[in-house]
Design a protein around this ligand. Structure first.
Ligand SMILES: [Zn+2]
Length: 415
């Protein structure tokens, strides 16, 4: 009998060690595969390394269009900052030629660092896609680097740690939104003190996460994690206690430009969520059946991941939805476009993404134990929001151009 218990003990201990080792390796050496495409140097040229370089490239593509189009309006709005001088959002507006029927807005950098890819998409569209004959009844407004501070400082958030895509609303009751799920997970999501990526807690974060997933289920966790929270400024996905300057800036710019148009298509370019190499369409659920039908018509041929499906989440304070509130008498189609990077549909991908966000936020608030920790946290952040892989980057521009061709044609056909 004693022997039996001893053997069982050894087997259980071995299984636990194997499980822990497997979890440890799958989490700490996670590296999802790139899409199988050939690297295209002409596409890579649309990617830059700093916010300043992206701005310059965006503006030079905008100016290059002046020779082909009757009217290209390039302008800048400065963004106030406590720590940075010369922060600005750049705009390029090409009015419709004949009738102001439709307007397509394409925004980059709502989440700071995600702007590198968004900027590349915009540059490619200006250089290769837009043609004067396409603009008889449709205008184009490109918004470059909405969260300029985050873009410049390689963070998703503003200098107030605000997630701009949780900060848009027509009224301030947004800031009274409670997120009890986040509060319940506060300690796990908001570690304090200098970041040490070699701590047991970080190395075995997957174990903590699996425990939470087992108790609450992935959809509930994802929702609590990412919907936005308005209680903890030091936390991730903080939507603010007040409006960031971009709410006023975009309200004014859109009132100026969008007012004459009757149908708006508002595209906001993001990275980080979804399957690596795929471009997801990821709107909040739309209640109005007519607007929903129009949205489906514009994106026909593509799968829409409505925010209430299991692998996605709904969000408070979204920028593109706010545009609809700004113009209640217009048809305003909101769409968040998300380039996947870390396969968040898989458990390890979702946990890895959460961990990257948590430790980056910890380091930004409390500093790093060593320079190595700082570099490693930043490398994770890049992997999630601006992957260095040349295959990934080539693919992002290929798929976005293809999709834009289809969306544009569908939007033209929209009654
Ligand atoms: Zn984003």
């Amino acid at each position: 009998m004693k022997k039996f218990f001893r053997y069982t003990g050894i087997i259980v201990a071995t299984l636990v060690i194997v499980a822990l080792a497997y979890t440890y390796i799958s989490f700490n050496y996670y590296s999802p595969e790139d899409p199988e495409v050939e690297i295209d140097r002409t596409k890579l040229a649309y990617y830059q390394d700093t916010w300043e370089e992206c701005r310059d490239a965006f503006k030079s593509q905008a100016h290059a269009m002046e020779t082909r189009f009757d009217s290209v309006i390039i302008f800048t709005r400065s963004v106030e900052s406590k720590t940075e001088k010369d922060l600005a959002i750049d705009f390029c507006y090409i009015p419709a030629n004949d009738t102001t029927e439709k307007l397509v807005m394409i925004c980059s950098g709502t989440h700071g660092i995600e702007g590198f890819v968004g900027s590349a998409v915009q540059q490619q569209l200006m250089s290769e896609f837009f043609q004067p004959e396409m603009l008889a009844n449709t205008g184009v407004l490109l918004v470059h680097g909405l969260n300029a501070w985050g873009f410049k400082n390689l963070r998703r958030f503003t200098e107030n740690n605000v997630d701009l895509n949780r900060n848009y609303s027509a009224d301030e009751s947004l800031f009274e939104t409670r997120n009890d799920g986040f509060t319940a997970l506060y300690d796990m999501l908001t570690p304090k003190g200098e970041l040490n990526l070699n701590s047991i807690g970080n190395k075995f974060f997957m174990v903590t996460a699996i425990n939470q997933i087992a108790r609450k289920g992935m959809p509930a966790l994802l929702q609590a994690f990412a919907q936005g929270q308005y209680d903890y400024q030091e936390g991730i996905y903080f939507g603010g206690n007040d409006f960031e300057p971009q709410v006023k800036i975009m309200s004014e710019v859109l009132t100026d430009i969008a007012t004459p148009y009757s149908t708006l298509l508002n595209l906001d370019l993001h990275t980080g969520f979804g399957e690596r190499g795929e471009l997801h369409l990821f709107p909040n659920p739309i209640d109005d059946p007519e607007l929903k039908a129009k949205t489906e018509a514009v994106f026909e041929g593509y799968e829409i991941d409505w925010g209430d499906s299991d692998n996605f989440y709904t969000v408070h304070g979204q920028f593109v939805e706010y545009i609809g509130d700004l113009f209640p008498d217009k048809t305003s189609i909101p769409m968040l476009m998300e380039f996947g990077t870390l396969n968040t549909g898989s458990t390890v991908g979702a946990v890895k993404s959460a961990h990257i966000s948590i430790v980056e936020n910890q380091g930004a608030h409390y500093g790093y134990k060593s320079e190595k920790d700082s570099l490693k946290a930043l490398a994770g952040y890049y992997e999630m929001f601006y992957p260095p892989s040349e295959r990934w980057r080539t693919n992002a521009l290929t798929v976005s151009l293809e999709m834009m061709e289809d969306i544009w044609a569908n939007f033209q056909d929209l009654e």
